[in-house]
Write a protein that binds this ligand. Structure first.
Ligand SMILES: C[S@@+](CC[C@H](N)C(=O)[O-])C[C@H]1O[C@@H](n2cnc3c(N)ncnc32)[C@H](O)[C@@H]1O
Length: 405
């Protein structure tokens, strides 16, 4: 089994999750990231055989079983996994997850993806020796080296963020053929979606590990990214007027100085064709306060102090080890985002609150999994998306703007 990680090629034995975690730590790979990669690889490798076996064994409920791949009970009844294998693995993973300084959503994701085969054999880990651009903040670089960003959008409030981001892009973006730059594109969640829709897409991100993952995902598909490179929003390696639209879904909130955000917007404007569009995301000034309430985090005085500073000046810093407290960022008020975009000489097409209040519901994952309740979540987010008095209730703001024709 091959797993990609920062270009280094390494093998280590897969035993119990704790042994795997120790082996990952010894190689300076975050154990959680190793688990995510292993589980994703296992899931892919065994999905088709599992579907076949489900079909053979339970014809009547085949569809239900296939739809719920990864859900413990169905996997167990569908596959008749040997109890020792599965239960042992399940509790080992639970124990290992509990010892990590991360909670929701990473742990939730892992629990929902538990493997249905025992982990045996050896795993190969690949990575890249490429370094982030020198300008890139080392604290942010370290966060993305450790955090499983490539799986973030698959669950809970982040899935709602993704669905709504796609909706706004579909509403405003010109139709293909068109050239797109995804700056801060991470492992390619939006870039690969746009490739599938017929666009020519270039991805840029300062984190080599994520760029390598985007490249790996791209190669595995029939249509691929036009290019995929390590780079920075403040200095784009693209010609003037070369893009029809630019996604800036990350850089604006990770650039903590207004002058750096202005540079990123000015670079965006430079590479856009006349009339070209930018979709730029920001994090709401009130996101951490609301998140703390929703996830009951205020019992931790360190979290309370982080929120105090966020509310005071928007400068989000996380001095703790907890990945779910995020990393160095700037949290915008809606008016500031509007002013920064207008200040870059761009013409505003829309400023939206993305998730609406739905991201704060503790059962947001269950609602998104249920078609009717998912429709309601999306409908309310849409109804409130432009209402100035509630824009900041969303975790993310999305501005759509264009260059003069
Ligand atoms: C939370 S992730 C979002 C990824 C993806 N665009 C999305 O919306 O899901 C933020 C991304 O912005 C990237 N990023 C941070 N600072 C950046 C900068 N100065 N220039 C370009 N990308 C940056 C990070 O490496 C990371 O991949």
């Amino acid at each position: 089994m091959k797993l990609d990680h920062e270009g280094r090629r390494e093998t280590f034995p897969l035993g119990t999750p704790n042994q795997t975690a120790a082996a990952a730590r010894a190689r300076d790979i975050h154990p959680l990231l190793a688990f995510h990669k292993i589980l994703a690889a296992l899931r892919k490798a065994t999905a088709s055989s599992m579907r076949r076996r489900c079909r053979d064994r339970r014809r009547g409920s085949e569809r239900r079983l296939c739809q719920t791949v990864g859900r413990t009970q169905n996997v167990r009844s569908g596959l008749q996994t040997k109890p020792g294998d599965f239960d042992g693995l399940f509790s080992e993973y639970l124990k290992a997850m509990k010892s990590f300084p991360v909670k929701f959503p990473e742990r939730y994701w892992v629990l929902s993806q538990l493997p249905w085969q025992s982990l045996r054999g050896r795993v190969e880990v690949t990575s890249t020796s490429e370094q982030p651009p020198p300008e890139f903040d080392p604290t942010i670089a370290d966060y993305y080296r450790r955090a499983p960003e490539e799986y973030r959008l698959e669950q809970g409030p982040f899935l709602l963020e993704e669905l709504r981001t796609r909706e706004v892009i579909e509403r405003h973006a010109r139709r293909p053929p068109a050239t797109v730059l995804d700056v801060g594109g991470s492992a390619g969640a939006y870039a690969l979606w746009l490739v599938d829709a017929g666009y020519t897409v270039h991805l840029v991100d300062p984190v080599p590990r994520l760029v390598a993952e985007a490249q790996r995902r791209s190669i595995a598909r029939s249509r691929q990214l036009a290019s995929c490179r390590v780079g920075e929003a403040r200095a784009l390696d693209f010609a003037d007027q070369s893009a029809d639209f630019v996604l800036l879904l990350g850089p604006l909130y990770h650039l903590t100085e207004a002058s750096d955000r202005a540079r990123a917007l000015s670079e965006t404007r430079r590479v856009l064709k006349p009339g070209g569009q930018v979709f730029a995301a920001a994090i709401s000034r009130w996101a951490s306060a609301l998140d703390g309430l929703s996830r009951n985090l205020f019992q931790d005085p360190r979290f309370a102090a982080i929120v105090e500073q966020d509310l005071r000046d928007g400068q989000h810093r996380n001095p703790t080890e907890r990945l779910d407290y995020f990393t160095t960022a700037y949290f915008h008020r809606p008016d500031e985002l509007r002013a920064e975009v207008l200040g870059a000489g761009l013409i505003l097409e829309g400023l939206y609150g993305l998730e609406g209040p739905g991201w704060l519901l503790s059962d947001v994952s269950a609602r998104l999994a249920d078609p009717r309740r998912r429709t309601d979540l999306l409908k309310v987010a849409r109804m409130l998306e432009s209402e100035p008095s509630v824009l900041g209730v969303s975790a993310h703001l999305l501005v759509v703007a264009r260059t003069p024709a």
